[in-house]
Design a protein. Structure first.
Ligand code: AIR
Length: 163
């Protein structure tokens, strides 16, 4: 936790520096606890299943589109900074050669839940994405839910948050 400043000098808005620091800490405290990331805008509708479960439980959540293949630097920066911003769990959904959950787990030690998705070019009913997500090398785990089963990712995130 950040120490409050010793000097309570009034700011131009009338708040003391200490009050400003308290407000800043409160904003951090109510920031998102779960970060949902998806490989494409075309994945967003299915991931609403996870978002709705979390919002219904009162858990603050943020959803961002970033592709492990199209935006690799963005994915790395987001996941490296996730714990520092107060996130506790990352839910990552992608289809096809679905690298996003695994790449996320490579860049953060937060729990990562992978959601394999069907999409326009899917083969074998989403088995392509399922195997891409579940077959992680030892030491870099991704907790994988069923194909298109984003709701279960939300429920699993709730259980992780309650431990
Ligand atoms: N994808 C995007 N970058 C890497 C991968 N694997 C996935 C998306 C989406 C599918 O490719 O997660 O499920 C098709 O994306 P789009 O943008 O062509 O609709």
């Amino acid at each position: 936790m950040t120490d409050l400043p010793a000097d309570p000098a009034p700011s131009t808005t009338g708040e003391t520096a200490a009050e400003t620091a308290v407000v800043a800490q409160a904003e951090v405290a109510i920031g998102p606890l779960v970060g949902i990331i998806v490989g494409s805008k075309s994945d967003l509708e299915i991931l609403e299943g996870a978002e709705n479960v979390l919002r219904d439980a009162g858990v603050p959540v943020e959803t961002t589109v970033m592709s492990a293949h199209r935006d690799p630097e963005l994915v790395a920066a987001y996941c490296k900074g996730a714990r520092g911003r107060g996130l506790r769990v990352i839910i990552a959904g992608a289809g096809l050669a679905a690298a996003l959950p695994g790449v996320a787990a490579a860049h953060t030690d937060l729990p990562v839940i992978g959601v394999p998705l069907t999409s326009r070019l899917t083969v074998a009913g989403g088995l392509d994405a399922l195997l891409s997500i579940v077959q992680m090398p030892p030491g870099v785990p991704v907790a994988t839910v069923g194909v298109d089963n984003a709701k279960n990712a939300g429920h699993l995130a709730l259980r992780i948050l309650s431990t």
